[in-house]
Design a protein around this ligand. Structure first.
Ligand SMILES: Nc1ncnc2c1ncn2[C@@H]1O[C@H](COP(=O)(O)OP(=O)(O)OP(=O)(O)O)[C@@H](O)[C@H]1O
Ligand SMILES: [Mg+2]
Length: 348
């Protein structure tokens, strides 16, 4: 597929642009050529139950999670790396595209790349292309997030040197070995950010008799989540919720060490998955991976000590992406230049 050339609208003088979307379980990010990342917010949408109208998206909708009433329906349209509500997902994409305020952009002459979790079905891919077309974008294509994430992490996936990436997102952990511009071996499971949050909720319920919400669990993970074997001065934070026995509000202190113990088990599963991918990797590429190490992207890469933990289990070098939360949308920049084709190496 050739590199696209841009047409300029005769009437308005506007130009088509490259637009990249990272449609994640936890966050949706939009990149517009020339403007950079224009949207980076939670993939949450709130509807009015009676009218079906959208009342909030992004941070505003996310702040409503666990606090709503019968009149509001709060939806995270992607769950565990798959689309659980296709209509709400489409709405989220539609609203994100409407945020492109730059009046110099002609959407009909633009190219849209949508990066989806690996388990999105062909039917869902087709319906996104359809939606893009309905919104006026003629040129729409879909890529797997692990491919964009590898590029956004600085890996040259177009060379014959093999590279390996682990993307620990909100809904899924995706692992890919890439060479010559495409995925050679891939594996995915649902042990990722939301799963860690659930494990924290279960721990607090069974050990401390405290029921907490998802947002509180996520905050605890972000504040004191760690995989370090030796923690010299363990950090601590608070957790507030409802006492399991009395039903009354309760606040307790939670330590970094106990959260570490909660996180170790799911990360052992991720290490097992990494080993499986390594065992299925063609030998020539295995050597490249030994030399270059394995990159980690996605929000889960921000858990303190994840590289050290995996290094101890697997014995190879692990590197955290420079910008783990934006690696996928950063990668769309290059993929948009050659439409993801492995025949054309992007020049930038
Ligand atoms: N500092 C942090 N420490 C630990 N976890 C974090 C941190 N920042 C974000 N996260 C977690 O990372 C996850 C979101 O990561 P990311 O944006 O990469 O996911 P996503 O792309 O939306 O999901 P997916 O790729 O699975 O569809 C959330 O679970 C969030 O709690
Ligand atoms: Mg992601």
């Amino acid at each position: 597929m050739p590199i696209t050339t841009r047409k300029q609208s005769k009437e308005t003088g506007t130009l088509g642009r490259n637009i990249g979307i990272d449609l994640g379980t936890a966050n949706i990010l939009v990149y517009v050529e020339g403007d950079g990342i224009i949207t980076n917010e939670p993939s949450v949408i709130a509807f009015d139950y009676a009218s079906g109208e959208v009342i909030a998206t992004g941070v505003m909708a996310s702040n409503m999670v666990g606090k709503g009433h019968h009149g509001i329906k709060i939806v995270s349209p992607l769950n565990k790396g798959v689309i659980s509500d296709i209509e709400a997902t489409k709405k989220l994409i539609e609203i994100s595209l409407h945020k492109i305020e730059n009046t110099n952009i002609d959407i009909t002459e633009s190219t849209l790349l949508l990066c989806c979790p690996s388990e999105v079905t062909q039917l869902e891919r087709d319906s996104f292309i359809d939606l893009g077309n309905k919104l006026g974008v003629k040129d729409v294509f879909i890529e797997q997030e692990v491919k964009a994430g590898a590029i956004g992490s600085g890996l040259d996936i177009f060379s014959s040197t093999g590279s390996m990436i682990i993307d620990i997102g909100g809904g899924s952990t995706d692992i890919g070995v890439l060479s010559l511009g495409d995925i050679v071996v891939a594996e995915s499971n649902r042990i990722a950010g939301n799963y860690f949050d659930n494990e924290i909720m279960n721990h607090l319920q069974y050990v401390h008799g405290l029921l907490i919400g998802k947002k509180t669990a996520e905050r605890i993970k972000m504040e004191i989540g760690s995989l370090r074997e030796k923690i010299a001065e363990p950090k601590q934070t608070y957790a507030s919720g409802r006492d399991v026995v009395t039903g009354l509000p309760k606040k307790i202190t939670v330590t970094e060490t106990e959260i570490r113990d909660v996180l170790v088990k799911p990360f052992e599963s991720i290490a097992t998955m990494v080993l499986k991918v390594l065992q299925n990797t063609p030998p020539e590429l295995s050597y490249d991976i030994i030399v270059n190490g394995i990159y980690i992207s996605g929000g889960g890469a921000l858990i303190d000590g994840v590289d050290e933990f995996l290094h101890k289990r697997i014995g190879m070098d692990f590197h955290i992406s420079k910008r783990p939360l934006t690696a996928v949308v950063d990668g769309t920049k290059l993929l948009l230049k050659n439409r993801g084709s492995y025949f054309v190496k992007p020049t930038d």
